[in-house]
Design a protein around this ligand. Structure first.
Ligand SMILES: [Zn+2]
Ligand SMILES: [Zn+2]
Length: 139
C-alpha cells in the first residue's frame, strides 16, 4: 500500500455478462458516492465510483454503449447485460469515473464521501461515517 489516498496500481473489472473487461494501470481515486438524480436513475440507487486517468484505462469488448445524459455528461454501460460501468464529462475529458462495484475485489479502495445528497431518494440511509455534501460540492 502506498497511501490512503491512492488505490492499488492495477485493478480489473467487468460487466455482469463479462462482454466488457477493463483494466486500470495507474492510480485509482477513492470511491465517492454520487446521489444526483441522473446517477440515481442510471444505477437504480447511487453511483459509487472511483476514477482514473483515461490514459490508464484499457477497455476490451464490443458491447460498450454511451448514453448522453446531457451534452456534457455520458454514462457508459454494457449494451448486452445493462451493467453501469463508466461516467465521463467533457469538462474533465482526461478523467473517467468507474463504477466501483464492477471492479474485481479486493480493490483496496475506500469510500470517502457522498455528494449531491440533496437528490438521494427518501428511502436511503446515508452513511454517517463519511462526509456528506449537497449540491454545492465542488467538482
Ligand atoms: Zn455485459
Ligand atoms: Zn451523479
Amino acid at each position: 500500500m502506498t497511501s490512503v489516498a491512492k488505490g492499488p496500481t492495477r485493478l480489473e473489472g467487468k460487466c455482469l455478462c463479462e462482454s466488457i473487461i477493463y483494466e486500470i494501470k495507474g492510480d485509482a481515486r477513492p470511491v465517492v458516492n454520487c446521489h444526483c438524480s441522473r446517477c440515481r436513475r442510471h444505477t437504480g440507487h447511487f453511483m459509487a465510483a472511483t476514477a482514473a486517468a483515461v490514459a490508464d484505462v484499457t477497455i476490451s469488448g464490443e458491447t460498450l454503449r454511451w448514453y448522453d445524459a446531457t451534452d456534457q455528461v455520458q454514462y457508459g454501460f454494457c449494451g448486452k447485460c445493462g451493467s453501469t460501468l463508466f461516467w465521463r464529462t467533457a469538462r474533465r475529458s482526461d478523467l473517467m469515473s468507474i463504477a466501483a462495484g464492477t471492479l474485481t475485489p479486493p480493490t483496496g479502495l475506500k469510500t470517502v464521501a457522498a455528494i449531491y445528497a440533496d437528490y438521494g431518494s427518501d428511502y436511503h440511509a446515508y452513511d454517517s461515517t463519511i462526509p456528506t455534501h449537497g449540491e454545492d460540492f465542488p467538482r
